[in-house]
Structures are given as C-alpha cells and as structure tokens.
Ligand binder design. Sequence first.
Ligand SMILES: [Zn+2]
Length: 416
Amino acid sequence: MTAARIDAQRLWGSLMELAAIGATPKGGVRRLTLTEEDRRARDLFARWAREAGLAVEVDAIGNVFARRAGADPTLAPVAMGSHLDSQPSGGKFDGAYGVMAGLEVLRTLNDAGIRTRAPLEAVSWTNEEGSRYTPVMMGSGVFAGAYTLEQVLAQKDLDGIAVGEALRAIGYAGAARPHRLGAYFEAHIEQGPVLEDTQTTIGVVQGALGQRWFDVAIAGQDAHAGPTPMELRKDALIAASRVVLEVNAIARRFPDYARGTVGFLQVKPNSRNVVPGEVRMSVEFRNQKDATLNAMVGALKESMAAIEAECRVAVALQEVTYFPPCQFDPQLVAGVRAAAAALGLTHRDIVSGAGHDAVYLARVAPTAMIFVPCAGGISHNEIESATPADLAAGCNVLLHAVLQKAGIAGEARAAA
Ligand SMILES: [Zn+2]
C-alpha cells in the first residue's frame, strides 16, 4: 500500500462549501434536482475538477464525469461517485460525500504524483433522490440501461416542466456517447444506526436488499359500535392490525437482513362509534435473497387466508414495486475490506437497506460501496451529521480500494 493519504481538512472544507448551496436554517440543504441550486452545485464541482486538471464531460441525462487520465488509455475508467441533489429538507452529506470523496481522491493522487494504470473518474449522477422527478436514481438508471433516455427526459414535475427542459435550462444537457466503466465505487453515509451502534468506522457493503412493495385493501362492513356484538362484526381494522403484527413477526423470523414494514394505513370511515368497514395499507418486505423474499410473501399470504376467515373480511394484496436484491462484486468488496484493515480502521460487513446509484451501476460494472457512520443513523433530515474523522477514514479506504483496482503505474514521491 502506498503511503498516500487524503487531505481530511480539504475534504471537509469542500463539503462545507458545497453545503452552503441551498443551505437551510436548521443546517441542512434543499437542493432539488435540476434547479438553480443543483446548477450551482454542479458548477462548483466542475470548476474544482478543472482546477485539478481533470477533463469534465456531461452526458445526455446530465451525469457529470471528471476524468483523470491513466497510463493505459485502452483500459475502462475506474469511477467513484454519488449525487449532488437532496431531499427538500435534506442533509449536507447524503450523496455530496460520495462525489466530494471521489474528487478528493483525485486531488490526493495529483499531490502525491501517483499515476494509475486505468483512468479514474469522479461522477455526479443526476436525480438520485427522486423528489422533484420520478423515478429515483434516474441518471444512474439511464446509464445502466434500466430506463431509456427518452422515457426519463419526458418526465414532468408538478409545474409541468419536463426533465429535458430543466436540463437545458441549467446548461447540463450533454451528448449521448458510449461510456463504459471498469469498476465503480461509492462512498456514502450509512443512513442507518448499525455502525454507530457497534462503534465501527467502516461499513464494507455486501450489496443492497431486494424490495417487494404491496398495496393491501381490506373489505369488511361498517356497523354501529353499540348494537353490533363482537362475534358478528366484520372489522377491517382488527384484520389490518393482525396484518401489521404478522408483517413484523415474519421479518423477525426470516434470516439475511429481513425487514417488514407497514408505514401507511387509512381507516374508513374513521369515526369513533363506527366499526371500521375498510382499510387501505402498505406492506413492504426487504431481504438479501430473492428466495427468502418470496418465502416471506408466501408466509404473509398464508396468514392472510386465516385472518380473512377469522375476521370475516376480504383481503386483497397487490404488488406495486419490485427491486431485485443486489450483490456487489466479491473482489471489489474484498478490496474495500482489505483497505480498511490495512489502514487500521474498525470495519464490519453490512448490507444497504436503501437504494443507491451503486445498485444500478452494479448491472454494468463491478461495484462496491463504503459506508461511514452518521449521527443517530439519521438521514433525509436537516440535522444529518457525520464527523470529519469518519468521512476522512472512508475517503482513505476509497483511495486505496481504487488504487488496488486501477493499479499504480508510477509514483513521483517516495513513501515517507
Ligand atoms: Zn444518497
């Protein structure tokens, strides 16, 4: 391993300067995709990249690539990135960290005079958050072929402005040209509590959970709360309550990072003295393995049949969204683990419960992610927070994992 280390203060300074764009009173950022704030963030990234001698290129969906040449131009570049857009009341680190960490790695290599064999790129993907425009992870999704360009350029926001129009308005409608990657690394705050809870600095991300989302409709019968005896009711809310408990019990029963959540529930007529005749609710399951995900859904369907019979209601389950489980590249994941160990950092294997640009990139290039802790596991919130030391540690892991993959062709300064 080379003695090169990233500049922690420079990384922190860049993150803070970036966070001033769209800054909110409570210390977060509001930088919705393809807005004036997004343009200013992109412009700043592009300016810093050019100042670092990188070649900046924008593709047709507005993804921004900052490229550092390698010794062998025939090799596909090793890319590092994430996103610069935020939720309406988002934090300073979600996404921004991955882009700034990529830039910091390239700045560090400049300072150390290290030439890699493969070219390197720092990337900012368009519209990861999916707040102003759906679908989420739009730029990486187009790059990976999950959506066609025409499909997403026509998507409109609530004011009727199409993606294509918004891209042109901020000056980031680039040209479509083939762009292959040799590998992709994404550094990101965990957005969950595990690293903090276990006092671990680096999360070695194995992949992302698959997700199956359902709409559930339960039909019973409205009835007067007084005259209707308990055994003669068709109470949709009692049935819904049992579904809620069952979803939770299933997630606790199954292995491999099973998750089960009911986050939405609507009761009709929602009146104090009426037995509820109708409930609409959401159910979502997440798991690392498709087979287990299917078994979880099977278990729910089985118990629903019993709930229907015992509560004298009809339960309809409709699948609305499916994301397959994603396994990252074993060699790159091992490289992240080895880099964390060589740097003397505490680390543990972890699985991403959330979607990231890396999930789409994994379809077209060997991919890995590096997680660092965030305070209280809180994200998508203005109070989102991470320490300069943890962010620097994750960036150093990124540096060495990337060097391992790209190869070192030459180093100007001898190791200290
Ligand atoms: Zn993110």
